[in-house]
Design a protein around this ligand. Structure first.
Ligand code: MN
Length: 340
């Protein structure tokens, strides 16, 4: 079978790989039908993802059709349309024992630390497969995974209806956060970015106020929009130099600041801004078994995933797709690689 491998940073290749066979653990064979291109896949291609190892078959937004099941499999049958959980964990370390396998000490993420979904077939444990909503095409179903990332962040933030939420960054991550944050019906949702068209879109999609931090003072404006107190949940979805400090400065006393970035570049932060307000700074990584919840929200019509995928490419033309991403064409929202 064919697969797309990042041999080393900057080098993408179509390779031949042995079709996986079933064993006691990986007892469901999935014929991949679509895989999304995520910012982190692009990072692995460019060598800017600190977590990745090479060579690697990338892709962690993986949907397909069950082709074969092993003996003893009861919850899956050939023909089932599924999405595959990207997280694999040891089940024994402290994080796993605390029910947090997404930060397992021996975490292996499909498409990052172990081979992922840019290939024709994958063999996975049945517990890692989740049934897709019937009405959702494969190309759109890849959006379930980025949505789980947003659900994870809201869960880590213990978001409630009396919260004033500030989301810094209105790109792909920020807009998928907005989609989930608004389901909690918080008191307010403020979005900040330096790109006005993205902010206009955020307003259309349910943000209650926006801050263009290119020409407005982010911290002062966030305070003003929250009656002087500051947001009670501040999410750094921009993850750029200075964004964490701004988030902490904007945040109100006794509130939560969420980080989602993976940059290893040193950034300025001081203890005063954290200690004086007793901020809880919490990381949110990947997702902890959130697929079921997102699929339920989609089935109930509370989350619309159709309309976000802007482009599709046949998976063997992955190089073209990644070049297109690099062109930073403004029409790009989400790209799905399609398999026949
Ligand atoms: Mn992703």
């Amino acid at each position: 079978m064919k697969a797309i491998q990042i041999v080393k940073p900057g080098e993408l290749r179509v390779i031949d790989m042995e079709k996986p066979s079933l064993d006691a653990e990986n007892n469901v064979l999935v014929k991949i039908r679509a895989s999304g291109i995520c910012g982190s896949d692009v990072g692995i291609y460019h060598g800017t993802n600190a977590a990745a190892t090479y060579p690697r078959v990338i892709g962690h937004e993986i949907v397909g059709e069950v082709a074969e099941v092993g003996p003893g499999v009861t919850t899956r049958k050939p023909g089932d349309r599924v999405i595959i959980d990207q997280v694999t964990a040891c089940g024994k370390c402290y994080a796993c024992r605390k029910g947090r396998p997404n930060v397992c000490q021996h975490l292996a993420v499909r498409g990052v630390h172990i081979d992922g979904g840019y290939r024709e077939y994958m063999a996975v444990p049945e517990k890692d497969c989740y049934t897709l909503p019937d009405f959702l095409e494969y190309k759109d179903a890849v959006m379930i995974e980025p949505t789980t990332i947003a659900v994870q962040c809201c869960s880590r933030a213990q978001l409630e209806s009396d919260d004033d939420v500030l989301i810094i960054g209105a790109g792909a991550l920020g807009s998928s956060l907005l989609r989930i944050v608004k389901l909690f019906r918080p008191h307010s949702i403020i979005m900040a970015d330096i790109d006005q068209p993205k902010l206009d879109e955020a307003l259309k999609n349910g943000a209650t106020a926006v801050i263009n931090s290119k020409n407005e003072d982010l911290v002062a404006r966030a305070k003003e929009l929250t009656g002087g107190y500051g947001p009670t949940v501040t999410i750094d979805a921009a993850c750029v130099k200075g964004s964490l400090l701004s988030a902490c400065q904007a945040a109100g006393n006794a509130t939560r600041v969420m980080t989602m970035g993976f940059s290893v570049a040193p950034d300025e932060i001081n203890q005063f801004v954290i200690t004086s307000k007793e901020l809880d700074i919490r990381g949110s990584r990947l997702q902890n078994r959130k697929f079921g919840e997102v699929i339920r929200l989609v089935n109930e019509g509370k989350v619309e995933l159709r309309g976000t995928v802007s482009h599709t490419f046949p998976f063997l033309e992955a190089q073209k797709a990644f070049d297109f991403v690099d062109s930073r064409d403004p029409s790009i929202r989400k790209i799905s690689l399609i398999f026949d």
